[in-house]
Design a protein around this ligand. Structure first.
Ligand code: PHE
Length: 454
């Protein structure tokens, strides 16, 4: 059983609990907001194929490695490395994870705030009767403002802090189990409407027929970054959550189910968005606003669009919330365990500091639009640095840590729960962790940063 030194550590109630929480973390704006727009900017089908390959060959093994580290160490993202590799520089991977958590939450809460604005607009039935041009205009005006986007961001940060404050497990576990299936049903309903729009076939072709001439090394790096971002790997979220998993839970099964659900929802989101993108003549490469422009168009035109839009943005906000909670928990668990602060104090401190950084992200679409470095705003930089740089780098070090430092015996002990389960592919997994994943990530990383075509 768990060691005596962690008697008071919280755990998830069981397998369903950790799956709900981890799916809650994985499924979020990354699937519904980011996946479609990044896929749109990188040419569609071929990008999707590379993305799927990364989920399978890299995402799943990294997720399993992270969960194993956390459960073995029973500590936060930084403390886990300190405990398993005392006196070694591995803890720097944890440091990077905590910095990444700050930056991710800073820009994520901007977009999460937008979902709240759109929820309120849905409640007022304000998409009805508007055409595509007016709906783009509507988004443009709102998100380039100052007061409202900031207000929503702060409200969202407050909600996130509130849940973390009162302890995640009970609330998150309970709600995600009910809400995630509901989100799937809604996405299905909206997809059906989208698919039945005249001209929708173009969208499916864009999403599913690969045209490799549009792929550059940079888009391969984007696919890797998106896979890592969407699975919540590479920064310690799953180390932290893994530390709350009971010793008898089957880690590979958990990692598999979480990866599969996350991927299914991203593809569904693509099926929901792209047919409408083409039907309404919107540019698939229109960036972070894509979903906020396309979806209201569908709602404005579908029977029951009013009620569907309310449900949809409500659930999107909730999906975002179960993700932001998991990001904040990384920082809070670190403050609590390593800096010995109370949970309340850690939460307030972390949420306040992140909100301050977040202001720069939110104002990047308005007053700070012109404040760019190398053509990227604060928002763009936070997103780029985390998804495309920090998460892939974190993932490399995590697999190297498990593959070479922890080693086969400890890893196998963890994934079989001390011999309780038989895992036939341990050898294959070790090969991936030691060689395949680090080499593939390093290659994509270097070529991606250098740019150029394949
Ligand atoms: N996976 C989340 C999403 O897709 C975002 C996230 C990234 C959460 C990293 C935690 C850690 O929305």
């Amino acid at each position: 059983m768990a060691g005596i030194d962690n008697q008071e550590r919280d755990t998830f109630s069981g397998k369903l609990g950790i799956i709900a929480a981890a799916v809650g973390s994985a499924v979020g704006l990354g699937n519904i907001w980011r996946f479609p727009y990044v896929t749109g900017e990188n040419g569609g089908g071929a990008f999707l194929l590379i993305y799927l390959l990364f989920i399978l060959a890299i995402g799943f093994p990294v997720m399993l490695a992270e969960l194993s580290i956390g459960r073995r160490a029973q500590r936060n993202a930084l403390g886990s490395f300190r405990k398993l590799a005392p006196g070694k520089p591995w803890y720097l991977v944890g440091v990077m994870g905590i910095v990444a958590a700050f930056l991710i939450l800073a820009f994520y809460s901007t977009v999460a705030g937008w979902t709240l604005e759109y929820l309120v607009q849905s409640l007022g039935n304000s998409f009805a009767g508007k055409n595509a041009g007016e709906l783009s205009e509507n988004f443009e005006t709102f998100h380039s403002g100052t007061f409202r986007p900031l207000l929503w961001q702060m409200i969202f940060m407050f909600l996130t802090a509130f849940i973390i404050f009162s302890g995640v497990k009970k609330g998150i576990e309970k709600y995600t189990k009910i809400l995630m299936p509901l989100l799937v049903v809604l996405i299905l309903a909206v997809s059906i409407r989208s698919l039945t729009l005249p001209g929708s076939g173009e969208g499916l072709k864009f999403l599913f027929s690969p045209d490799f001439s549009k792929i550059t090394w940079n888009s391969v790096l984007m696919a890797l970054g998106q896979a890592a971002f969407s699975l919540s790997i590479g920064m310690g979220t799953l180390i932290t959550y893994g530390s709350y998993v009971r010793k008898d839970n089957h880690l590979p099964g958990i990692a598999f189910q979480v990866s599969l659900s996350d991927t299914a929802i991203a593809i569904l989101a693509g099926v929901m968005i792209f047919p409408a993108v083409f039907a309404y003549g919107i540019d698939p490469a229109s960036g972070p606003g894509l979903v906020f422009v396309v979806l209201p168009n569908i709602f404005a035109q579908m029977p029951g669009g009013h009620i569907f839009s309310i449900f949809f943005f409500l659930l999107l906000a909730i999906a975002a919330l179960t993700s932001t909670v998991s990001v904040l928990e990384v920082v809070v668990a670190y403050f609590c365990e390593e800096l010995k602060m109370t949970r309340a104090k850690s939460t307030i401190l972390a949420a306040t500091a992140i909100s301050v950084v977040g202001v720069f992200a939110t104002l990047s679409f308005g007053p700070l639009k012109g404040a760019t470095i190398a053509g990227k705003t604060f928002f763009d930089w936070f997103e780029y640095l985390t998804a495309n740089i920090m998460l892939p780098l974190g993932a490399i070090f995590i697999v190297l840590f498990v593959g070479w430092y922890l080693g086969r015996k400890a890893f196998s002990d963890e994934i079989t729960s001390g011999g309780q389960y038989k895992i036939a592919i341990t050898g294959l997994l070790m090969f991936v962790l030691k060689f395949l994943a680090p080499m593939a990530i390093a290659m994509v990383f270097i070529y991606g940063l250098l740019g150029g075509s394949l």
